[in-house]
Design a protein around this ligand. Sequence first.
Ligand SMILES: Cc1cc2nc3c(=O)[nH]c(=O)nc-3n(C[C@H](O)[C@H](O)[C@H](O)COP(=O)(O)OP(=O)(O)OC[C@H]3O[C@@H](n4cnc5c(N)ncnc54)[C@H](O)[C@@H]3O)c2cc1C
Length: 303
Amino acid sequence: MDLFKELKAAVEGRVLKDEPMSLHTTFKVGGPADYFMIIKGADELAKVEKILETYGVPAFVVGNGSNLLVSDEGIRGCVITFERPEYPIRIYDKSAEGVNVEIPAGTLLSAAAKAVAREGLKGFEFAAGIPGTLGGAVLMNAGAYGGEIKDSILTAKVFRDGEILTLSKDELSLSYRHSSLMETGGVILSAEFFFEYGDKDQIFARIEELNAKRREKQPLEYPSAGSTFKRPEGYFAGKLIQDAGLAGFSVGGAAVSEKHCGFVINKGGATASDVKKLIDEVIQRVQESAGVTLEPEVRFMGF
Ligand SMILES: Cc1cc2nc3c(=O)[nH]c(=O)nc-3n(C[C@H](O)[C@H](O)[C@H](O)COP(=O)(O)OP(=O)(O)OC[C@H]3O[C@@H](n4cnc5c(N)ncnc54)[C@H](O)[C@@H]3O)c2cc1C
């Protein structure tokens, strides 16, 4: 047997060879992954991990690629992503105060937030405009406009060393754009949340209000990975970059957005190397001008 044949058999053919990662990242850059596969859940993941281990091939899990910079050389190994499930959420426990909701890793946050809103549940409005999946959002403790994953998550199911673990919110130790899984590793399969009842019209109005804010303030017309840098304590990354005179500063096809200096954008034809060089230059110049060290929020793969 060869590796490709075995992987194909394990996931009913949902695997590609030499797949450009530019097709799977919102930056629209990144070279080929040796293998790229879409899996349905823990059973397939277990099978695939065993096969990859036998062949000594590394595995990398991605969601919607909305916080990723993949190198131009691509990824030597197998990139795994979860399929978008047919039902974005599963309600499993109702009480007078609210509802417990399970969300699978591959669900887009926009779909989950709308499904939660349709149930008349509040607390997930902030997630509607974040273009990632639930898995990526839990790993990153994604957040916006005063809300974050940490506020409503109860547990996460995680696949690690061939076992499915249920990690409590405390064990996930979520803080600003951080979870314990960044150190321990593990693949997020799903997470459980608790949401309180609210007024459905108000919930949808809040989603629309936040999406309008994004359209007004963010350069959504260009490929990017959102805010490129974390917010340094006591500062705003975008303001520091603007004050350093870097609005519009570019390297190749990558540029600091003039609309929102916290965003590095692909103005057209950018390579991962352009983006990386631009990020490094911005860090250096802000360090020189303000004495603040910016830290990328974007995750690097294949560098
Ligand atoms: C226009 C735009 C606006 C954005 N706005 C926001 C915002 O307001 N707030 C915010 O927090 N972020 C924002 N982001 C960034 C991004 O959408 C979030 O970080 C999101 O949570 C990433 O999810 P993803 O599925 O795309 O993850 P990916 O980018 O695919 O991966 C991110 C990290 O998560 C890991 N990962 C993905 N899935 C899993 C899994 N199942 N198990 C374990 N690890 C996994 C990957 O290995 C990688 O390290 C924005 C991005 C864009 C492009």
